[in-house]
Ligand binder design. Structure first.
Ligand SMILES: [Zn+2]
Length: 124
């Protein structure tokens, strides 16, 4: 089992990561007004000086990539939130597949990890 201190330490890390992700998300998207936990991509800020005409032509692509960035950030945010939930219900640091303790070194690198190295998928 992780010590109380260790859990507090990872909780702090996760909360910091959550804040950072939400900050990044607010740069490319906004909270869905109907679903507070959901984010959606917003068009690029049109106040940006259009000194380069290509920027306008790239508007659509820009929206596509913002949406891709938004999705990636939102996915990371959800992993972090789930890890925080596991801290609250006392299952943090335990592999969801085999129930074994996740290596602390792994949590250090990736505090939102939900599986041990053996049961990890896509490095998550
Ligand atoms: Zn496992």
């Amino acid at each position: 089992m992780l010590s109380k201190e260790k859990i507090e330490y990872f909780k702090k890390k996760l909360n910091e990561e959550k804040k950072a992700l939400e900050k990044e998300l607010s740069g490319v998207g906004r909270r869905n007004p109907d679903v507070p936990d959901d984010w959606e991509a917003t068009p690029a800020d049109m106040n940006i000086a259009v000194s380069d005409k290509n920027e306008l032509a790239d508007g659509f692509e820009e929206m596509e990539s913002r949406s891709a960035i938004e999705n990636t950030l939102e996915e990371s945010l959800n992993f972090v939130k789930k890890a925080l939930e596991r801290i609250d219900n006392g299952t943090y640091g335990i592999c969801g597949e085999c129930g074994k303790q996740i290596d602390e070194k792994r949590l250090e690198v990736y505090p939102a990890a939900k599986n041990c190295v053996k049961h990890t998928k896509n490095g998550k």
